[in-house]
Ligand binder design. Sequence first.
Ligand code: ZN
Length: 565
Amino acid sequence: MDNYIVSARKYRPTTFQSVVGQKSLTTTLKNAIQNNKLAHAYLFCGPRGVGKTTCARIFAKTINCFHLQADGEACDTCESCKAFNENRSYNIYELDAASNNSVDDIRTLVEQVRIPPQIGKYKVYIIDEVHMLSNAAFNAFLKTLEEPPHHAIFILATTEKHKIIPTILSRCQIYDFSRITINDIVDHLAYVAQTENVAAEKEALTLIAQKADGGMRDALSMFDQIVSFSSGNISYQAVIENLNILDYDYYFRLLNTILAGDVPQSLLILDEILRKGFDGQHIVGGLSNFLREVLICKDPQTVSLFATGDVVKEKYLTAAQQCSNPFLYQALEWCNECDLKYRESKNKRLLVEILLIRLCQLTHPVAPSDDKKKISLAPLTANTPTETASNTPATTPIATPKPLVAPREELHKVNEPPTVYTGADINIHTAETEEKKQETTPPQQDLNEPFSQSDLEQALRNYAETQDDEYLKNTLLTSKAILTAGNRIQIDVFNQGQEDKLKEKSAEITHFLNDKLRNTQITLHITQVELEHEILPVGNKEIYDYMAEKNPHIQTLFQEFQLEF
Ligand SMILES: [Zn+2]
């Protein structure tokens, strides 16, 4: 291990040909060199570790080669190539702008630029992380970039193209590097493993590639880490332990409990994972990915998209046999919904638990008790018969084969057998209204379409507009309704009169919302709150505006970190 060289350096490509995963880009560069159409400034953009600096070096070497090959590659044997390969060429100058971003650093570079090369045709200046240069440094550099000497070529590299000022952008030829695909990384790692005489399971390399998120440098350093950890035997287990990755065995176990409708067991598995230190969103995201992969394995046409070893693929194929398409579509939709709600949720663990409970009930619907049957709800808006008719879910499953992505409505059709009654809360508040409904309305299907805060607000406005009762109307239009987890709608009112009014109408409102939002899981909770002098905003955008008005720094923070609502 004395002369151990990290793989990212040892296996750094030295020809365009050997650059992994950037084929079209390297071809363009080669063509430019062959046709002698060189620009004075290039901007290489893209994520970390995808080969920007490597390509810049190969480019520098190639344009200085004395015997350029017919295929546009450097010869690797001439004096200039040797100097490059041995890292002693004076024709390449690298500046890491992350640590050398002052005006003085740039001035030193500009001084250098004036001196022509001793041997070879070009001096190449690579400025890495160029977005880190200070404004003053940028300005000092601009002049040189505008009128560079003939022998100077600049290659600016950045992971954050949007931070480059337009005056620089307009002077550069821009090359966008893409993330390297999982398959390409796996192939390259397998090649390195073979050359280094390291045993490696394909599942293990796939995990590394997934974790590297398209960056070869990261993939190779994880590879090195695991080689030394596992004394030269890269197994799936070694990777899991070393990189703290959530083992897909957990997902297989979760899927089994979901398919068995075993709620307690699924919650226990969740607890086990959380105890290992994984956070809820990670689990939900992982479950989504897992379900997507199971879905991919259902179809022989898409199974090729699935990158992993054969043993695991077999497990996925078995799982795919056990899951129906509608189940997977619905499960994916709910996972996605949970993921979206996660950031805002106050009780994140509960949110994930609810997801698992719903998934368990998807396969093993809870049969309605007699009591609940009695108050099954029907669409309220009899004045929109066409809409109701077309949207009412059918109860018969749709015959296979189905398209990979079924239309939304269809998913619900096949997923909502009439016996499902997942709503624990029934939305009737008074015995009086309950009786009335029972007499006049036919049973309604169980619906559970996701809806947003603004859908809710819109629906409540719609309801208010249909009302003749001015007091009710005003109460609705001035009160705050907030959608919280589990389709719970919190309506805050300001006095007893409003509270009484809404409680009196709650069954009707709920019913209207059931129909309008196509969701029978809704529960209304009406609470009287103290009226503050200032009406506090509702909704993320409004809260942001409110805060930004009070403190303009919030706005800067929001923009700097590119936050989303
Ligand atoms: Zn050469």
